[in-house]
Write a protein that binds this ligand. Structure first.
Ligand code: GAL
Length: 677
């Protein structure tokens, strides 16, 4: 396994390089990422290239058996370039050109910027692409920069639409421009969505797609140059978990694997500690879900290109990592399919905006507690755990993550408090608490690979996707859909159908009316069999069962006729629909169990609070990870096998230390069986 750090030799005197490298070696690190913000150092003035210093650093690492990932330096353009070619800077919504001084502030539709970027990437990759010690590349840094509203982008947007729709008549129809007489006669009349244009939902959705495509295309230019000049090396990019700007399934397409930057809520001192003084679990669950999305973007294992190393923040910084926490954060990601990890950053910078974004070493450069813990972790990962690399993360349960729906909600959240990620996470957490592996998939994915598919808030639902979901159920799958699923077509016009539209076939329900609820307002909900009760809020579909059976219904009088949770047998499968948001976590634990049961999958018990269980496997072995996210001992029921870290036999009731990790290895006893127990 590759384990190491993000290193910025250009921030430190040359005499220090050897000391740093010796310490990294001593820590068992075998990889560093270099150069992703060095454009000025590589090209201090136009056309004058200085690549020797970087080659010297790559050589030094080679002498010390530490491999190098090079970042292309295009995330920050040098000031000389911004002054000479002002049009390369992006333009904000109000038409103001971005002032130089931060990063990610150039225009990807500027011809000049693209030429400059091509040139530096060509130079760098031609010079170091075949260096023995360069094993891979990171393209740019954290794509997603703000949307640019310059004239070049406007004309690119118009062309993009022209290619997509062919005629202005089709565009008028797709965006519903007859409304308020907004019709256009000519492509040049297309504007960016803005307040004056009242954020036409279709226009907003297409603009988000366009912005995503622009980034994907810009990345592709670099990928092509890298592949030409640096054959055999991997190409990746550092994604940002649940960041909303880009369709990560598309961005992943040209890459060998996805990397991502994991900072589980350290910048803010608030909200990371519970009232009982222990660690808040929410950021950990989110990091877990983000890891699954990152894995899902390419449907394969991923790297952490920037892993939390200490307190983070720009103006203010958050809390420190507690003893054993750095290791805990690292192993959580490995449990999800992480096969390479670099801490950000090696040493805390004494300069610039990130003086408070702490590295493994402080400003003083002394190897302290965080360094020692990273060392222990690195030695475990590259030693005892090395057999895990390339192992798979199998899952029978998939959650659809749909950027179109997410973007469509940005323009019209529909109900107050609607949060797309949160809506997906409610179901995710039900599976998480039972230790079930989950895949995130795009709405274009093959559903039949899974036994359970959760399609929460699938707001934008083209007919073709609805038909595939129906077919999935008909042929034996278990589907869960919920609030606002299927409201919109692919251009964000509302389907002119009674909800849930085409999904009525599999769901067997009819929703004639629905409503949004005031934050504090609660509907009482009761099981149709048994006595379980819950409280519902924020939103309510008034569901009538046609073929479906109601499992929960409202008891609040005026909605007492309507179902809350329904199940329908359709073909060989079952389709569930939940028409509200239930407040209690226990409901989602129960729902996960119902879905697993309907799919004839085993239903593991809800885990002790704070404990996470996940599995990875090779053809021969199953690895079960037990990660304790609380700073106290917790009792767990371990699988019987070998603890790969201690190399001891384990099994049965055992105590998991504060923030501790156990990985149990056993033989796989069957073909493709990925159950948790
Ligand atoms: C990441 C970024 C790094 C660094 C870090 C701390 O998002 O990729 O370059 O800025 O955050 O802010």
């Amino acid at each position: 396994m590759y384990v190491g750090v993000d290193y910025y030799p250009e921030h430190w005197p040359e005499e220090r390089w050897r000391i740093d490298i010796a310490l990294m070696r001593e820590a068992g690190f075998n990889i560093v990422r270099l150069a992703e913000f060095t454009w000025y150092r590589l090209e201090p003035s136009e056309g004058q290239y200085e690549l020797q210093w970087l080659e010297q650093v790559v050589d030094l690492f080679e002498e010390n058996d530490i491999a190098v990932v090079l970042g292309t330096p295009t995330a920050v353009v040098p000031l000389w370039a911004a002054r000479k070619y002002p049009e390369i800077m992006s333009t904000d919504r109000d038409g103001h050109r971005t002032e130089y001084g931060v990063r990610k502030d150039t225009c990807y539709n500027s011809r000049v910027f693209n030429l400059m970027s091509d040139r530096i990437v060509e130079r760098l990759t031609a010079h170091l692409g075949e260096h023995r010690n360069v094993v891979g590349w990171q393209v740019d840094n954290e794509f997603a920069g703000p949307k640019c509203y310059c004239v070049h982008c406007l004309s690119a947007f118009q062309h993009w639409l022209q290619e997509k729709y062919g005629s202005v008549v089709a565009l008028n129809e797709a965006w519903g421009l007859h409304f308020w007489s907004h019709n256009i006669n000519d492509w040049e009349e297309v504007r960016f969505p803005n307040a004056l244009w009242s954020n036409n939902p279709g226009q907003h959705l297409d603009h988000c797609r366009f912005h995503s495509d622009v980034n994907v295309r810009y990345q592709r230019r670099q990928v092509e140059t890298i592949r030409k000049n640096s054959p055999g090396r991997f190409v990746t990019h550092n994604f940002m978990g649940f960041a909303p700007e880009l369709d990560y399934f598309d961005l992943a397409e040209d890459l060998d694997f996805v990397s991502w930057d994991n900072y589980p809520n350290f910048g803010d001192v608030r909200g990371t500690i519970r009232s009982d003084g222990d660690l808040d679990l929410e950021p950990r669950i989110r990091a877990s879900a983000a890891a699954d999305l990152m894995r899902g973007a390419k449907a394969r294992s991923f790297w952490i290109m920037e892993q939390t190393a200490g307190p983070t923040g720009w103006g203010e910084f958050g809390r420190n990592v507690w003893p054993s926490e750095l290791r805990n954060i690292a192993f959580q990601q490995v449990a999800h399919g992480c096969d390479g990890m670099l801490w950000f950053r090696w040493r805390t910078s004494t300069a610039g905006r990130e003086q408070y974004w702490h590295g493994l070493l402080g400003h003083d450069g002394e190897p302290g507690r965080r360094y020692q813990e990273a060392r222990t972790t690195a030695l475990e990962l590259t030693g005892a755990c090395s057999g895990i690399v390339d192992s798979d993360v199998l899952a029978e349960v998939a959650i659809v993550f749909d950027y179109d729906s997410r973007w469509a909600f940005e323009a019209q959240p529909a109900y107050s408090g609607c949060d797309y990620v949160q809506s997906v996470l409610r179901y995710y957490e039900g599976f998480y608490r039972r230790g079930i592996n989950v895949h995130f998939i795009s709405s274009r994915a093959e559903f039949s690979k899974y036994r359970v598919v959760v399609a929460s808030h699938l707001y934008v639902l083209p007919d073709e996707t609805a038909s595939r979901l129906n077919e999935f159920v008909k042929t034996g799958g278990v589907l869960l859909a919920d609030c606002r699923t299927g409201v919109k077509d692919e251009t964000s016009l509302c389907h002119a159908r009674t909800l849930p539209g085409l999904l009525a076939d599999s769901l067997g329900i009819r929703i004639d009316e629905y409503e949004s609820l005031e934050d504090s307002f609660i509907y009482d909900v009761r099981a149709t069999r048994g006595h379980k009760t819950y409280s519902a809020g924020l939103y309510s579909d008034w569901i009538r069962c046609e073929d479906a059976t109601s499992l929960y219904r409202y008891t609040t009088p005026h909605v007492g006729d309507f179902a809350v949770l329904t199940i329908n047998r359709y073909g060989d499968g079952r389709a569930f629909y939940l028409g509200t948001i239930i407040r209690e976590d226990a409901f989602y634990d129960e729902l996960a169990a119902r879905l697993l049961t309907a799919a004839r999958l085993p239903v593991p018990k809800v885990l002790p609070n704070g404990v996470q269980v996940r599995t990875r496997c090779t053809a021969a072995h199953l690895y079960t990870f037990y990660v304790n996210h609380l700073n106290r001992e917790v009792e767990v029921d371990l699988a019987h096998g070998r603890d790969i870290i201690t190399d001891e036999a384990v099994g049965g009731t055992a105590s998991l230390g504060p923030l501790g990790v156990v990985i149990v290895e056993n033989e796989r006893n069957g073909e493709g069986d990925d159950d948790d127990e």
